[in-house]
Ligand binder design. Structure first.
Ligand code: OGA
Ligand code: NI
Length: 327
């Protein structure tokens, strides 16, 4: 069995300085998205489309995911990470073919040029992989994670309806690709950055995400950074009640690189721990990821051949293989 990271790693992006730019990431209201209001879908699609063609990142408000559920997920996350290390290690991703379970501090390395990431996390697979999940024996943990995942998946599907309109295709085009999705829910804990930050290690090294769309809740501590067009890093300050969304490699490929899957990283510069919750909106294993004809200018050819999502994922995992085979 192999272990692998879930995101594409990028070299040579670690030395530049941090820039803080309020408003660099647009905040988009999703009011009207759930009711399927045509005008709202078009407005939201246009706003997402503009962000997706730029930094590939945006935040959303009025998303409809209950704050109580988000709080409950953070509470479960705190309880889980407070367990003794030996107990968490019993649920190690090393036991898993699908990288489901616990990843200890330093185990994952999103930027292989650097030391291991100063974070710990726990990955839960979707319903399709329920039998392979390694749930901790904590009251309410599994139900809370399941409920969050269901809400996150629904929101990803809804967002993609607006995206489809922006791309000039049927609003429901992506629905069929999210019926048995490979998506994954991940809770993360970042301890304070140890010692002086010198760029030799990060909470999460620079990487892009593999799937179509990632939803991220970050707590009030901050630490997420996005790579600007000029190579400098832009802080994405926490905004309570919002999700940060970013385009993944797969949607970039589907759109022939019209949408941008941008590099991001995490540095916890605060003297206390940081928690975040990520849902990776990956399509079905069997989904054929191929250039959408609507994004091509007359005479323009697709940059990539069609590929099944599962094969694409395998390719990515093979590229970023990090661990020794588990027994
Ligand atoms: C990730 C990621 C950001 C964060 O897990 O892919 O980018 O704030 N996480 O934890
Ligand atoms: Ni990421």
């Amino acid at each position: 069995m192999t272990s692998y990271v879930l995101e594409r790693s990028l070299d040579g992006m670690n030395t530049s300085t941090l820039r803080s730019e309020i408003g660099a990431i647009p905040t988009i209201s999703l009011a009207g998205l759930r009711s399927g209001d045509a005008g709202a879908l078009e407005r939201i699609g246009a706003e997402i489309g503009a962000a997706a063609r730029g930094l590939g990142f945006f935040s959303v408000t009025d998303h409809g995911i209950p704050v109580e559920l988000i709080d409950a997920t953070y509470a479960q996350s705190r309880t889980f990470f407070a367990l003794p290390l030996a107990e968490k290690n019993r649920l190690s991703v090393k036991n898993s073919k699908r990288y489901l379970g616990y990843v200890r501090i330093g185990e994952e390395n999103l930027d292989p040029a650097l030391n291991g990431d100063i974070k710990e996390c726990y990955n839960a697979g979707g319903l399709l992989y329920e039998a392979q999940n390694q749930w901790p024996d904590l009251p309410g943990f599994r139900d809370t994670m399941r409920a969050f995942e269901a809400e996150a998946l629904e929101l990803v599907v809804l967002l993609q309806r607006a995206i489809a309109i922006d791309l000039g295709i049927d609003a429901h085009f992506f629905d069929q690709h999210f019926t048995e999705p490979e998506g994954l829910l991940r809770i993360l804990r970042y301890p304070p950055h140890p010692g002086t930050f010198d760029g030799s290690s990060y909470g999460a090294g620079a990487h892009t995400d593999y799937g179509n769309l990632t939803l991220l809740a970050q707590d009030a501590v901050g630490g997420l950074e996005v790579r600007g067009r000029d190579g400098t890093w832009i802080a994405v300050p926490p905004q309570p009640g919002t999700f940060v969304c970013n385009i993944g490699d797969c949607l970039m490929r589907w759109t022939n690189d019209v949408y941008v899957s941008n590099a991001h990283r995490v540095v916890n510069r605060a003297p206390y721990e940081r928690y975040s919750i990520a849902y990776f909106g990956d399509p079905n294993a069997g989904s054929l990821v191929e250039c959408l004809p609507s994004v091509l200018a007359p005479g323009e050819a697709p940059k990539y051949p069609p590929i099944r999502f599962a094969d694409y994922l395998r390719q990515r995992y093979d590229e970023t293989y990090t661990g020794a085979p588990a027994t």
